[in-house]
Design a protein around this ligand. Structure first.
Ligand SMILES: Nc1ncnc2c1ncn2[C@@H]1O[C@H](COP(=O)(O)OP(=O)(O)OP(=O)(O)O)[C@@H](O)[C@H]1O
Ligand code: SF4
Ligand SMILES: [Mg+2]
Length: 338
């Protein structure tokens, strides 16, 4: 059975003079309304490219996009440019990392949100303004009837992010993609914004994809988590399960590099050695193998030569992992979690 959003074998490849950049290489996932999927992975792993494909943002570029993206049964890769434009902002909306660059400095915040509304609704100026003020109030902007006429630079970073959320939600979209929505904010404002997103999600039954570097955000927000490495999913399943019983050494690395406030202050964070691979020439076999501290536990040269499939892990069907290790759970508990 299809989920509300079903992404199946999505590929986004960019031909360049040096070769083909396989930014997304066979990504599959699903999401129901009212649920949140967290996508995590290092810089350059293909998180933004993959989610931009849902909004059809690669259309009209040289990107080669294939696979299926079905939203409520409609394949978004098959509809016309006009149809995808009609859905963008209405059915699917995006919240960007940096609201200052996503908002135009010369137009007031209210005007920009009004524009997002009027593209999809035949409303009078007065009704639109009323709706914009309501939305600003909903996202917690103080004195919204006055602040509506402010310009983006007159808002603080947190207020701009709230205004972006108001703009994304004004047409009551069924799916919201939030790409690093809180990275530029300090931690208290970050927590308020995440709370706000969750509150609005409950109110509107929105499906949310949240893209983040921060496993804390995933733990707080996401029902499911998908870990990306070099354009592919390497681990995918319910957040609680993945965070407590991860089965893929890359996920172990992500978890070991997160500070634990309750830990001994002398406890060292363990960064993942090396750097993410180029997607132009990713390593053969498991793309993570040059950085993996556990590949000596796999017999022969499997890790270096054979790409592991994304298969159910040792603990059950719903937990998928891409790794040749046969006893990852015990290695994690005995060697890594300690
Ligand atoms: N138009 C393009 N042409 C060629 N390569 C591209 C293009 N757009 C993106 N890429 C490459 O695709 C890869 C994935 O990029 P993407 O922006 O999805 O990474 P990301 O996971 O979102 O990283 P970050 O966490 O830094 O935002 C990168 O290697 C990037 O250089
Ligand atoms: S397949 Fe091999 S190299 Fe890749 S994560 Fe598993 S053990 Fe490490
Ligand atoms: Mg990105």
């Amino acid at each position: 059975m299809d989920k509300f959003l079903t992404v199946d074998d999505l590929k986004v490849h960019f031909p360049t003079v040096d070769g083909v950049v396989k930014a997304t290489d066979g990504l599959s996932f699903g999401l129901e309304r009212g649920q949140t999927l967290g996508i995590v992975g290092e810089s350059g792993s293909g998180k933004s490219v993959s989610s931009s494909a849902i909004l059809g943002l690669h259309r009209g570029t040289n990107a080669q996009v294939s696979g299926e993206i079905r939203l409520d049964g409609t394949d978004l890769l098959k509809i016309t440019d006009e149809e995808i434009r009609a859905m963008r902002g209405k059915e699917v909306a995006m919240i960007f990392q940096d609201p200052l660059s996503a908002m135009h400095p010369y137009y007031s915040v209210g005007n920009q949100i009004a524009e997002a509304y009027r593209v999809h609704n035949d409303a009078t100026k007065k009704a639109t303004r009323k709706r914009v003020i309501e939305m600003l109030e909903l996202v917690g902007i103080p004195q919204p009837d006055r602040r509506v006429d402010d310009y983006p630079h007159q808002f603080s970073g947190g207020m701009r992010q709230r205004a972006m959320i108001a703009m994304a939600l004004i047409n009551d979209p069924s799916l919201v993609i939030a790409d690093e929505p809180t990275t530029a904010l300090d931690v208290t404002v970050q927590a308020q914004i995440l709370d706000l997103l969750q509150k609005l999600q409950r109110e509107f039954n929105t499906a949310i994809i949240i893209i983040t570097h921060d496993l804390g955000v995933v733990a707080e927000m996401a029902d499911d988590v998908l870990v990306m490495y070099a354009g592919r999913a390497v681990e995918y399943g319910p957040t609680k399960e993945i965070l407590t019983h991860p089965e893929m050494p890359y996920t172990w690395g992500l978890l070991s590099s997160v500070p634990n406030l309750l830990a001994d202050v002398n406890e060292k964070l363990i960064p993942i050695p090396g750097a993410p691979p180029s997607l132009l020439n990713p390593p053969p076999g498991c793309a993570f193998h040059p950085r993996c501290l556990h590949r000596d536990k796999v017999p022969g040269d499997l890790c270096e030569t054979v790409l592991p499939e994304l298969l159910p892990g040792v603990r059950g069907e719903g937990h998928l992992k891409r790794c040749h290790l046969t006893n990852p759970d015990s290695i994690y508990q005995e060697e890594v979690a300690r």
